[in-house]
Design a protein around this ligand. Structure first.
Ligand code: G6P
Length: 618
């Protein structure tokens, strides 16, 4: 038996307990998933869901109660459990919503809204343009039942891709396709490079379902942190020669993924290996990645369809290929998801687990996302389900991620008036994992309809990627200036100079004062060209903005900044590199007349550092 629990906590309440709970949490790491729809206040002035319809009594005995106090009497609670328990016998899946405090009549009150949501879902499944921003259909449900695809060409695409995934995986596992220079004579490792929707699904499936000794072991590069990438490559060591590198990117142009690819390709070159003989791309046709893979003649390419969103792509080649290579029965996963989809089409809410979940979310969060959802997997192998759900819910329902903590048994939670939902599967196997994924995908879709938002478009994602392009260009210009200074300095002294001054840096790089640094902290997007010269003190003059400073910080991979006080309008910002000790400051940046230090990218703390004059340093 394996359970996962969704618990609802009001943000402020949970926040105060965060540090305590953070310390206690270990393997059963919860994820906090806001279910707030975008563009709505998090704290509602007035509850939408809790308006008890005329003639209905809230659960609490007190007529003045908000009906938020869950049922406490054990017999009533038992009756509630018996009344509401949803069971899917073929899937061995149980959904218990009895500890959500909705009153009698709530489901009836919501029925017309839910019926509209179900009808919209039906249209979506029939091929409606559910993502109007991009003029796209939304078809992840067809992936597990191609006969539902709105036309035969889409159906064939799905079936052909599934067949080719299975065929390729079999050939790799049986060593019919092998790496050119591996002493093992076959592929033994997978290195998957991708981020967000192109990483979390495959990671979850691997953690949940991979056998102890899979035919190929999988590793992931899912961030642009150079240390993390180096670590993965170092761990592979000589096995790089028998590693299948799968690069996953729907758009084919995500900078983080590209950085990972460039670093891995460099490792292949350094080891005298030919990357193209071991590289596989999963991406949309004609994307940058697709074209690169085609021109460089990589080992294989698999399509990602424009009608599948990244966060719901785990049943496409994105999730299926890595899973099949680990010996996971992907057809069973698809069967599980398809059976769950069938259940989720039922119009009687009590018989429809996704509708039940969506309505409970609606109730628990007042229909305006007034609480955060905490997901606690009670089974280690489902640990990553919470991370997977974070992205699914966060990107679909569009609120920033909030981290908080609550832990305890269900009854402890309940006695503290925490509402919760428990999903239980009899066994964690491909079928039940497929079903879990399908359950939440649909619940998110239905909930989005209930709160009147579109779960399928992604405003901000493309804008974010564009902004990333701008910052990369700016970083290059800053880097050129820093490197120029390094060359000049290197001519005059044998060891790296301790202090450096940069005049007119903003003019030199044509820095736009309004530029908003879209990333925080130490994103390092220029792995290939890292600035390796590290002066002790770096002066920027004239006054530079904190956005510019943050770019310098990212180039130097610094992890935090401190600020001197109390000199008004005069700041020394200490940038400290994570891998040096406190007394070995890598660089500090002197900003004169800097703007107010309230930039959200950094945390500041007073640091008693004497502000030296330039002459005393030289
Ligand atoms: O698959 P890609 O196009 O490389 O995108 C990977 C990921 O990029 C960002 O993180 C987006 O927020 C995600 O929605 C997306 O899944």
């Amino acid at each position: 038996m394996a359970s996962t629990q969704g618990i609802y906590s009001s943000s402020s309440n949970v926040k105060t307990r965060r540090s305590l709970l953070d310390a206690k949490l270990s393997r059963r790491e919860p994820s906090f998933v806001p279910v707030s729809p975008a563009c709505r206040p998090v704290c509602p002035a007035k509850s939408v869901a809790r308006d008890t319809p005329p003639g209905l009594s809230p659960i609490s005995n007190s007529p003045h109660s908000m009906a938020t106090t869950p049922e406490k009497d054990p017999i009533s609670l038992w009756n509630r459990y018996v009344d509401w328990l949803y069971q899917h016998k073929d899937l061995g899946l149980y959904l218990d919503v009895s500890r959500i405090g909705f009153p009698d009549g709530f489901f009836e009150k919501m029925d017309s809204k839910m019926q509209r949501a179900l009808a919209a879902m039906q249209e979506l499944e029939m091929g409606a343009i559910a993502n109007p921003d991009e003029g796209r259909m939304v078809g992840h449900y067809w992936l597990r039942n191609p006969s539902l695809a709105p036309n035969s060409s889409l159906r064939l695409q799905i079936e052909k891709t599934l067949d080719s995934v299975c065929e390729f995986a079999n050939k790799i596992i049986s060593a019919e396709i092998k790496p050119p220079s591996s002493p093992h004579g076959r592929f033994t490792q997978i290195l998957s490079i991708g981020i967000g929707g192109s990483a979390l699904g495959p990671q979850f499936v691997a953690e949940a379902l991979a056998p102890d000794n899979p035919p190929l072991k999988v590793r992931f590069i899912d961030n642009t942190d150079p240390a993390g990438i180096d670590h993965q490559i170092a761990q592979l060591g000589p096995e790089l020669a028998s590693t299948l590198v799968i690069v996953i990117s729907k758009s084919g142009g995500t900078p983080e993924t590209r950085n990972g690819l460039l670093e891995v390709q460099k490792a292949f070159r350094d080891a005298g290996l030919e990357f193209s003989k071991q590289g596989v791309a999963i991406t949309q046709e004609n994307s940058l990645l697709d074209n690169t893979a085609r021109i460089e003649r990589w080992l294989a390419r698999f399509p990602m369809f424009d009608w599948v969103g990244g966060r719901t792509s785990v049943m496409s080649a994105v999730g299926l290929l890595p899973a099949a290579l680990q010996g996971i029965d992907i057809r069973e996963m698809l069967v599980g998801a398809s059976l769950m989809d069938e259940a989720n089409r039922k119009i009687v809410v009590k018989n429809n687990p996704a509708a039940l979940l969506a309505l409970c979310w609606y109730w628990a969060t007042d229909g305006v996302g007034s609480k955060d959802m905490v997901v606690l997997p009670y089974k280690d192998s489902l640990l990553l389900f919470s991370r997977y759900l974070q992205q699914l819910v966060m990107e679909s329902l569009g609120k920033e991620l909030d981290l908080d903590g609550n832990r305890g048994t269900r009854s402890a939670l309940y006695s503290n008036d925490r509402e919760s939902i428990t999903v239980t599967v009899q066994e964690v196997n491909p079928r039940s994992v497929g079903a879990l994924i399908a359950l939440y995908e649909r619940a998110v879709g239905l909930y989005a309809y209930l709160v009147n938002i579109n779960a399928y478009h992604q405003p901000g994602v493309e804008a974010g990627k564009k902004a990333a392009g701008e910052i990369l260009a700016l970083q290059k210009r800053v880097l050129a200036i820093l490197n120029e200074a390094r060359c000049v300095a290197a001519e005059s002294v044998l060891r790296p100079p301790r202090y450096c001054f940069f005049d007119n840096i903003e003019q030199k790089i044509a820095f736009d004062a309004d530029f908003q640094q879209p990333f925080s902290g130490s994103d390092d997007c220029l792995l290939q060209q890292r600035f390796f010269f590290a002066p002790l003190l770096l002066y920027l003059s004239p006054p530079s903005s904190l956005s510019l400073l943050s770019i310098v910080a990212s180039l130097l991979s610094v992890s935090f900044i401190t600020m001197t006080s109390p000199t008004p309008l005069r700041y020394v910002l200490m940038l400290m590199n994570g891998d040096v000790s406190l007394d070995a400051f890598i660089v500090s940046v002197l900003l004169l007349n800097a703007e107010s230090c309230t930039h959200p990218s950094f945390s500041y703390r007073p640091y008693a550092f004497p502000l030296p004059s330039q002459s005393s340093l030289l």
